[in-house]
Design a protein around this ligand. Structure first.
Ligand code: ADP
Ligand code: MG
Length: 317
């Protein structure tokens, strides 16, 4: 049975009823046992999602591999064709379509590969401020080049934000947030990125003034293949989820249709990490994830802090 409590999340409860019978006949009432299954159901959903992510990852690697080779030949041949000087306007237009569509296919494959192969992590002491600024510079250039009416605003409340992380992967997270924000603001708007210190964590947020999402959409965005963007693969945020999990971080979105969306990422501060971690040499260790069966679980080097993090509920998407 499910019910909504005022001011709280929906609860799932199991109710068992047994008649209470006394020895010399007659029933003296009923025994009701109530079990709150909310947390179990949530964990079950999470496990199902992990399973799906793992299966998709294996499939993606195989498909991407098979598609890339013929695609390279197509793109190569087309670029040779378009070098022919005497070509009608119409033919040139057709060739442009082939080029554009092969680029799109290539983009899809790149997403797939990031998703299925992106399991090599190199953890280092990195400055999130620098990573964010790098990404925003790229985004700004793109916005200027493509002549969009999107303003990029940054509110960085700190000088530096050190964390133990894989810098390239974190940039990929920032890039995916930005790319989605841009796509959600077809008619222009503002993307505001910020970093602030919050207890033991850094909180990075990307707020856009785009289309926004319904609660039903928001709930599913981190699952693979959930896309409402034209031509989207629905893998960008699945990759984000994977990366954030490997960092023992948290990521979630707040959104309102017509108002915009804010993505929030929390990563542990480097000094907080040092203070709480007793494993040797937290600085600069390479880390490789198990390829199976538990996707997203880093190897033994950080198994203890990870388990601790899981127990504290820090590991979730
Ligand atoms: N900033 C945003 N504003 C509105 N919708 C968003 C935003 N970010 C993500 N979404 C929704 O989440 C979906 C999944 O995003 P993503 O995993 O990056 O896949 P893709 O970009 O390929 O569609 C998008 O298709 C879109 O429906
Ligand atoms: Mg995307």
């Amino acid at each position: 049975m499910r019910f909504d409590l005022p001011g709280s999340f929906r609860k799932t409860v199991r109710i068992r009823v047994a008649a209470l019978n006394v020895a010399d006949g007659g029933s003296s009432g009923y025994l009701y046992a109530l079990d709150d299954l909310t947390e179990i159901r949530r964990l079950e959903r999470e496990v199902r999602m992990q399973d799906r992510l793992a299966a998709v990852g294996r499939l993606a690697a195989a498909i991407a591999h098979e598609i890339r080779n013929p695609l390279t030949s197509i793109a190569g041949s087309v670029s040779m064709l378009s070098a022919i000087p005497e070509m009608s306007e119409e033919h040139r237009h057709l060739l442009e379509i082939v080029t554009r569509e092969s680029q799109r296919l290539n983009g899809i494959i790149t997403d797939f590969l990031a998703y299925s192969r992106g399991k090599q992590y190199r953890f280092d002491k990195v400055d999130l401020v620098l990573l964010l600024q790098d990404t925003l510079t790229l985004v700004r250039h793109r916005m200027t080049a493509e002549n969009t009416r999107i303003a990029i605003d940054s509110r960085i409340a700190v000088k530096e934000a050190w964390a133990l992380a894989d810098g390239d992967k974190i940039k990929q997270v920032f890039w995916n947030f930005s790319e989605n924000a841009v796509r959600a603001m077809k008619d222009g708007g503002t993307l505001t990125a910020s970093i602030e210190r919050l207890g033991d964590d850094w909180q990075v947020s990307f707020a856009d003034t785009g289309t926004g999402m319904t609660p039903q959409q928001t709930e599913k965005i981190f699952e693979p293949f959930q896309s409402n963007f034209e031509g989207g693969t629905g893998l960008g945020l699945a990759v984000v989820y994977q990366i954030v999990q490997a960092h023992e971080g948290k990521v979630w979105a707040r959104s309102k249709p017509g108002k915009g969306t804010t993505f929030i990422l929390r990563l542990r501060r480097f000094d907080a990490e040092r203070a709480s971690s007793t494993t040797s040499e937290p600085e600069n260790f390479g880390m490789t994830e198990n390829s199976e069966p538990e996707q997203g679980m880093p190897s033994s080097a950080v198994a203890a802090p990870l388990a601790k993090a899981a127990a504290e509920g820090r590991v979730h998407g």
